[in-house]
Design a protein around this ligand. Structure first.
Ligand SMILES: Cc1cc2nc3c(=O)[nH]c(=O)nc-3n(C[C@H](O)[C@H](O)[C@H](O)COP(=O)(O)O)c2cc1C
Ligand code: SF4
Length: 514
C-alpha cells in the first residue's frame, strides 16, 4: 500500500447528526478496497455547519475540503481522486480561504476543526500551553491583573468582568478554593461551549488550570450538560492525556503547584445553568437558586470560595496569557473587549459559528454570514441570547452585537446565540412560548417566576382570543406582570422572561391582535 493519506472527518455532535460516522466508515472501507491507505483523524467542526460533514484531505499543497459529504457520495469522490484533492462538485478547496472563515477573527476558537482534540502534542504544536507556561512564571496577582487588563467579561450571559471575580476569590484567606466550569449551555440555539469541548478540550483544561493558579485553587469541576455525551468523552480523554503529561495533577510541570479536574454530569434542567443552582446540583442536591449574598466567589462550592466561569470564558484565558492583555483588549468596541463566538441558528441558510470582535451588526451576521433565511422568505426577526433574549425586528438589525448597544435597545447578548425567523413566525406564539418555558423550567423558589409565568401564559391566550372585550385591560395587566417578574424575581430566569415577551409586544403587536 502507498503511504497513508491523512483525512479529517469531524466527530463533532453536529457533524455526527448529519452522518459523519457513516462518511468516515465509507472513506476507510472505500479507500482500503482501492488499495489506498488512510490515516483517519476525527477532528472537531470548523463551525461551517451548512457544509457538514466537511471532509478534509491533506495533500502536498495543503488541506483540501469537500462538503457537505454524504456516505453515498464517497465512492464517486474516491473515484474522482478525493485522496489527491482532485476536482469534484463538492470540492471547496482550502476552507480557510473561504470568505466565511477568512473574515472571522478566531482567538478562542482558533484551533477548532484544525487539531485532533485527542492529541495533546497537536494542541501544543498549535500554541497550546504557552499561556500556562507564562502563568507558572507569574505571581497569582499578576495573572489576575492580566485578565482584568484584557477586559475579558464572562461569556455565559451576565458579562461580569472575569478579573474582578478572580480577584475576589484570590483575596479570600482560606486554603480550600475551587474552579467550577459552567458547561450547562442551556440556551436554545447555542453550541459554542460544546464545540470547544469537543473540538479543543485542552483549551478549557488549560484555562481552568490558569484560573486555579491565579486564585489558589487545587480542585476543579466541569459541570457538563447531560445531553453532551460526545463532549464528556472528549474531555475525559483530554484530562487523562493532560495528567499523563504532567499538565494536571500533583506538581504541574515541576512548578510545585497542584490541580486536578473532574467532570460532573448536569441534572438536565435549564435552571442548573444558573451559577448558584449549579453549585447546589454539584453538591448533589436539587438545582435550586441560592439567595445572594454571599457570592460564590466568597462562599461557593461546599461553602468555599469558588470561581464559576463559563466554558468560553475559561477557554479564552490561555489566549490572554499567551498573547498578552493588550493584544486581547485591542479587539472589540467600548466595554465589550475581545471576540465573541456568535452562534447562528434557526431559519438561516448558512448557520454555524462566527467568531468576531464585538461590534459586528446583526445585519452582517444574518445576511453576510447567514445568507438570509433557509426558507428563502424574508427574515422577520432574530432572537438574541437564548430563550429569554429579546426579539429584534429587521428595522433594528443595524444594532452592533455588543453588550451595551444591545442593552440600549432592551436586548441582551447572553451566550451569543442568534436564532433567525422568517415572516411565517407568529410572535404572539413566541411570547407565549417564553412564558411557558419559564413556567416549566422555574425552580419554584420565588412567586413572581413560579406563579407569574403561568398567569402570563393565560394572559397571552386571552389577549390573542380577544375574549370578552378585555384585550386592553389584559395588555395592561401583562405589562404589570412583566414589571413584577423583572423586578421581583430572585434570578434571571424569572427576571429575563419579560425580554422576549415585551419585545414581541413592542415590535410585533399586530400578531397579538388577530
Ligand atoms: C436561568 C439562568 C441560566 C443560566 N445558564 C447558564 C449556562 O447554561 N451556562 C453558563 O455558562 N451560564 C449560565 N448562566 C449564567 C451563570 O449564572 C453565570 O453567570 C456564569 O456561569 C458565570 O460565568 P461567566 O462569568 O464566565 O459568564 C445562567 C444564568 C441564569 C440566570
Ligand atoms: S426566578 Fe424562577 S428560577 Fe429563579 S429563583 Fe425564582 S423561581 Fe427559581
Amino acid at each position: 500500500m502507498n503511504a497513508p493519506v491523512t483525512v479529517y472527518v469531524p466527530a463533532d455532535a453536529g457533524a455526527l447528526s448529519l452522518g459523519a460516522d457513516r462518511v468516515a466508515s465509507a472513506i476507510v472501507a472505500g479507500a482500503s478496497a482501492r488499495g489506498q491507505n488512510v490515516n483517519l483523524v476525527r477532528n472537531g467542526s470548523r463551525g461551517l455547519y451548512w457544509l457538514e460533514p466537511l471532509v478534509e484531505v491533506v495533500t502536498p499543497a495543503g488541506r483540501v475540503a469537500y462538503g457537505p459529504v454524504n456516505a453515498g457520495d464517497v465512492t464517486a469522490l474516491l473515484e474522482a481522486g478525493l485522496l489527491e484533492g482532485a476536482p469534484h462538485a463538492l470540492r471547496r478547496g482550502d476552507i480557510e480561504s473561504l470568505d466565511w472563515l477568512k473574515s472571522q477573527q478566531r482567538l478562542t476558537g482558533a484551533r477548532l476543526g484544525i487539531v485532533n482534540p485527542a492529541d495533546i502534542d497537536d494542541y501544543i504544536a498549535h500554541g497550546g500551553y504557552i499561556g500556562l507556561s507564562t502563568a507558572l512564571t507569574l505571581a497569582p496577582a499578576a495573572i489576575v491583573k492580566m485578565i482584568t487588563d484584557s477586559g475579558l467579561r464572562g461569556r455565559g450571559g451576565a458579562a461580569f468582568p472575569t478579573g474582578i471575580k478572580w480577584q475576589t476569590v484570590l483575596d479570600q484567606p482560606v486554603a480550600q478554593k475551587y474552579i467550577a466550569c459552567n458547561a450547562d449551555e442551556g440556551d436554545s440555539g447555542t453550541f459554542s461551549d460544546r464545540m470547544l469541548m469537543e473540538g479543543d478540550p485542552f483549551a478549557l483544561i488549560e484555562g481552568m488550570t490558569i484560573a486555579a493558579r491565579a486564585v489558589g485553587a487545587n480542585r476543579g469541576y466541569i459541570y457538563l450538560r447531560v445531553e453532551y455525551p460526545h463532549a464528556a468523552r472528549a474531555l475525559a480523554k483530554a484530562l487523562s492525556a493532560a495528567r499523563a503529561r504532567g499538565y494536571l495533577g500533583e506538581n504541574i510541570r515541576e512548578s510545585g503547584f497542584s490541580f486536578d479536574i473532574s467532570i460532573r454530569l448536569g441534572a438536565g434542567a435549564y435552571i442548573c445553568g444558573e451559577e448558584t443552582s449549579m453549585l447546589e446540583s454539584l453538591e448533589g442536591r436539587r438545582g435550586e437558586v441560592r439567595v445572594r449574598p454571599p457570592l460564590p466567589a466568597i462562599k461557593g462550592l461546599f461553602g468555599q470560595p469558588t470561581v464559576v466561569n463559563n466554558v468560553v470564558t475559561l477557554a479564552t484565558v490561555p489566549v490572554v496569557l499567551a498573547k498578552g492583555a493588550q493584544f486581547y483588549q485591542d479587539f472589540g468596541v467600548g466595554r465589550s473587549r475581545g471576540t465573541i463566538p456568535l452562534q447562528l441558528a434557526g431559519n438561516v441558510k448558512r448557520g454555524g459559528l462566527v467568531e468576531r470582535a464585538f461590534g459586528l451588526t446583526v445585519n452582517q451576521l444574518v445576511y453576510d454570514y447567514g445568507g438570509g433565511s433557509a426558507s428563502g422568505r424574508p427574515v422577520r426577526a432574530v432572537q438574541i441570547g437564548g430563550p429569554l433574549g429579546a426579539y429584534l425586528p429587521e428595522s433594528q438589525f443595524d444594532t452592533p452585537l455588543e453588550y451595551e448597544a444591545l442593552s440600549a435597545r432592551s436586548a441582551l447578548l447572553g451566550h451569543g446565540g442568534v436564532v433567525v425567523f422568517d415572516d411565517s413566525v407568529d410572535m404572539a406564539k413566541m411570547a407565549r412560548y417564553a412564558l411557558e418555558f419559564c413556567a416549566v423550567e422555574s425552580c419554584g423558589k420565588c412567586t413572581p417566576c413560579r406563579i407569574g409565568s403561568t398567569r402570563g401564559v393565560e394572559l397571552v391566550d386571552r389577549i390573542v382570543a380577544g375574549a370578552n372585550g378585555s384585550r386592553a385591560a389584559d395588555l395592561a395587566l401583562l405589562d404589570e406582570l412583566c414589571d413584577t417578574m423583572f423586578n421581583g424575581s430572585l434570578c434571571g430566569l424569572g427576571g429575563m422572561t419579560p425580554f422576549p415577551v415585551r419585545s414581541a409586544l413592542k415590535h410585533f403587536r399586530n400578531d397579538f391582535m388577530k
